[in-house]
Design a protein around this ligand. Structure first.
Ligand SMILES: [Zn+2]
Ligand SMILES: [Zn+2]
Ligand SMILES: [Zn+2]
Length: 259
């Protein structure tokens, strides 16, 4: 996990609360993102405004593809950094995104999609449009899309083998829950205790995590309301707050449900 923080990150600029001023590094949360890597390939899920910091901190010297859940700033505002991989690796970066996310990218990145002049170092990307009901492959790995609602906005999570990643959800349909059956490792968003119109809170996310029944669930997209240690002490067995730098091993070849 490269980041587990909500859109403002933790600490929050100007905030002097106990979590923001905590010396526990697990209370320090960059914007939510995860890197999937094996010895030859690295796939990034979401590329928010902290991506540069994340790439430096965890020495992401190779990046082969990016999957986007949706087009909000905290998930796509790091895409300009892709230029470095264009130069260093000589690749045009494949970016997998839904039509709605692409509309958002076109508006945010006019200098990439409709360049008015040559030069200035524009990220070179190869857009692959994905459909929420169509499994696809990334670098040879099958990916099952997990459509969820983020308030009113339809966005996408991803299942790869025995692992599912869902962020920024406030509602998960029965069909999407079915697509997560049998996952061993789950990452799910849980903002804070207080309810929120566009994000699951801890209580809602816990109920969904228990229903999915993964061997281990880690929460992400967390605000400064939640202290890492005290919140984890209250969560049920097998469910914890994620933290930046958390690593675990997934099996991308594990069987997934049919669509
Ligand atoms: Zn977000
Ligand atoms: Zn704070
Ligand atoms: Zn969002």
């Amino acid at each position: 996990m490269l980041g587990t923080g909500t859109s403002a990150g933790v600490p929050v600029i100007t905030c002097t609360c106990d979590v923001c001023t905590s010396t526990n590094p697990r209370n320090n949360r960059l914007r939510s993102s995860i890197l999937l890597r094996n010895k030859d390939q690295s796939i990034l899920i979401d590329c928010g405004c902290d991506f540069r910091e994340q790439a430096l901190r965890w020495k992401i010297n190779q990046l082969d593809a990016i999957l986007l859940t949706h087009g909000h700033s905290d998930h796509v505002n790091g895409l300009d950094e892709i230029r470095i991989y264009n130069w260093k690796m000589g690749i045009i970066m494949p970016i997998y995104a839904s039509e709605g996310t692409l509309d958002n990218l076109r508006a945010r990145y006019d200098y990439v999609f409709a360049p008015k002049h040559i030069g200035g170092g524009i990220p070179k990307i190869n857009i692959v449009q994905i459909d929420e009901n169509q499994p696809f492959e990334v670098l040879g790995h099958p990916v099952l899309p997990l459509p969820v609602l983020h308030g009113e906005l339809p966005i996408i999570g991803f299942r790869i083998g025995n692992f599912a990643y869902v962020t920024d959800a406030s509602y998960i349909s029965e069909e999407t829950l079915r697509r997560m059956e049998g996952v061993r490792y789950l990452i799910l968003n849980a903002l804070r205790h207080k309810p929120h119109p566009t994000h699951l809170n801890i209580e809602q996310a816990t109920a969904i995590a228990q229903r999915i029944g993964a061997e281990h669930t880690w929460f992400t997209h967390i605000t400064h309301d939640l202290d890492h240690e005290t919140t984890n002490a209250e969560l049920p067995e097998g469910i914890d707050l994620g933290h930046d730098g958390l690593e675990f091993e997934i099996d991308p070849t594990a069987q997934v449900p049919e669509l």
